[in-house]
Ligand binder design. Structure first.
Ligand code: ADP
Ligand code: F6P
Length: 529
């Protein structure tokens, strides 16, 4: 029977050793595993090939066999890469060259012939593993920028395979792509596929413009590139497939008792549930008075904090306190420092929020082997510290900063507690967090402040769309989003939720795979999608 083989750099799960020598698998975070993981789980004829996350030089042969068996039990085929390969191919060429360049951070991109060599070597290794595993009538679906050479390497080894490739990040403009010394080889690598998918029409147009200027190939109006192979013509089709998410899964998890317990905890902590503004203030003054005997012991300076809180409370009256949330990998493309500056500006421009809005910032370290990511972490730590230091009151901390990676239910608990989700990447292929927030608030209010620089912005047009670099605009949008009426928020959300409910991750996989089946059918050569 023909099978589907999904291929990505990272498998959807990581393996950890228990003290008793057994292994446990945990779900990896990131858009790719969130989107394709459920499809792989529910299709028993589907295999997933990817990097195991384990350096084989640190393990015995028996351990490697046991690890492979554990992965195979979950229909995952692990590829073992040593630290030199990972440093060159993953931390180096993929994440220090392609990632910044494709996200329009060309100044961050490093060009190094050694990392390029490692990238070529690892793509070859993937091709050898898959060619040994695949039958000629199988379909191979390659994911992302780590494996751009793989389609042509596979085609050379198994010409009959149906090969698709999908890019989960933006494709840059031709001016930026031309800066890449090995750009031509990457495009040639992709020409081994039958179908190339991008999140948006704009990314497709950028890609075709680079193909047009760098490869001497014909492109028809339907976005089909014609390539010559062994004297025969073959088509490579390019199309947009905006990725979705499992709406029902997030809606269900957000309603689970664990997520609801988290929501209530957050609401209590941020003064939404158990305390009203006035009682929270008096608790603060009482505590201060008990510690210092009487108010007369205070100077004007001592009292300035209480006055600040009192004047904020007076302006806000007895309205509910609010919660802002965000969930990200700690990545410079996510715009965390810019977002924090906008939040701080809001506290200073609208002091009535001081003491009355708490920002839950879930930001998990990512790619810690890359220097720019380590620096970003330090920068974010420092900014959070500065803002908390400057604005905290005795009974309130503006930013609740969590750097662990949390399972889906607590993440949904955070979404569920968030009156506003602040999703402001500087550049992002799609951004699933924005969609997960809306699904978690199915039928409820809650406002989304969304960057215009991510693929999701072209779908979620009823959000507060902002330029993430414009601190003033983000501050104003945040303030408006916090002030939105429940009815207006529900109205906006209903429009976006209706779309998300329909355009799920599963529909996305099905549409991509059925298009791939169609375009790789030789009878299709004279027709269009
Ligand atoms: P990317 O693929 O660049 O990480 P996306 O927004 O498309 O960005 O997808 C991120 C996925 O990872 C989402 O499913 C989100 O819920 C999950 N995620 C991100 N950060 C965390 C975190 N700190 N803890 C748990 N899950 C996270
Ligand atoms: O969305 C782009 C991407 O590289 C995905 O492939 C992956 O899910 C996510 O970012 C996380 O990246 P990494 O696997 O490098 O931690």
């Amino acid at each position: 029977m023909a099978r589907l083989i999904i291929v990505s750099n990272r498998l959807p799960m990581s393996l950890h050793s228990r003290p008793d020598g057994t292994y446990v698998l945990t779900q990896n975070i990131g858009g790719l595993s969130t989107a394709i993981g459920p499809y792989h789980k529910s299709h028993k004829d589907c295999l997933w090939v990817g990097w195991s996350g384990i350096d084989p030089t640190t393990r015995t042969e028996d351990e490697i066999n046991a690890i492979s068996d554990e992965f195979t039990r979950h229909r995952c085929i692990p590829i073992f890469l040593d630290s030199k390969q990972i440093n060159g191919y993953y931390a180096g060429y993929s994440n220090d060259t392609l990632w910044p360049l494709f996200h329009d951070f060309a100044h961050e991109a490093k060009f190094d012939s050694l990392t390029w060599k490692a990238y070529e070597e690892v793509n070859e290794k993937f091709a050898d593993t898959i060619a040994a595993l695949a039958n000629p009538d199988d379909t191979v679906w390659v994911q992302d920028y780590h494996l751009m050479l793989l389609p042509a390497l596979l085609r050379a080894r198994q010409p009959k395979l149906k090969i698709g490739w999908f890019l989960h990040i933006p494709f840059p403009s031709p001016e930026i792509f031309h800066q890449l010394p090995n750009g031509k080889e990457l495009l040639e690598g992709l020409m081994g596929a039958d179908l190339l998918g991008f999140h948006t029409e704009d990314f497709c147009a950028n890609f075709l413009a680079s193909v047009k200027s760098m490869l001497n190939l014909g492109i028809d109006k339907g976005g089909r590139i014609s390539v010559q192979e062994d004297g025969r013509q073959r088509f490579v089709t390019v199309d947009a497939f905006p990725i979705g998410m499992d709406y029902g899964l997030y809606r269900r998890n957000a309603r689970s008792s664990l997520a609801q317990a988290m929501r209530h905890g957050i609401e209590a902590f941020s003064g939404k549930r158990t305390r009203r503004v006035s009682t929270s203030l008096s608790a603060e003054s009482r505590a201060a008075a008990e510690a210092e005997e009487s108010w007369s012991a205070y100077t004007e300076d001592d009292l300035s904090e209480v006055k600040l809180a009192q004047s904020a409370a007076a302006k806000r009256g007895t309205r509910d306190n609010k919660v802002i949330v965000s969930v990200d990998r700690l990545d410079y493309t996510k715009g965390l420092p810019e977002r924090l500056r906008a939040f701080a500006l809001m506290l200073s421009r609208y002091p009535e929020w001081v003491g009355h809005v708490t920002y839950y910032l879930l930001a998990t370290p990512s790619r810690e082997g890359v220097e720019s990511y380590r620096q970003l972490k330090e920068h974010v730590d420092q900014l959070v510290g500065e803002i908390n230091g400057k604005y905290s009151l005795l009974s309130w901390t503006p930013i609740h900063y969590i750097t662990r990676s949390l399972p889906i239910k607590p993440v949904c608990g955070i979404y569920s507690a968030g009156d506003v989700a602040l999703v402001t990447p500087l550049r992002d292929g799609m951004n699933l967090v924005a969609k997960e927030y809306l699904a978690s608030r199915d039928g409820r209010d809650g406002a989304l402040v969304l960057s215009d620089q991510c693929g999701a912005a072209s779908e979620l047009t009823d959000a507060y769309i902002v330029n993430p670099y414009d601190t003033e605009a983000v501050c104003e949008a945040l303030h408006s989003a916090l002030e939105i009426s429940s009815a207006e928020a529900k109205r906006r959300n209903a429009v976006m939720q209706a779309r998300l409910k329909y355009r799920t991750a599963s529909l996305w996989s099905t549409e991509f795979l059925s298009a791939l089946r169609q375009v790789s059918d030789p009878r299709w050569a004279d027709r269009r999608l």
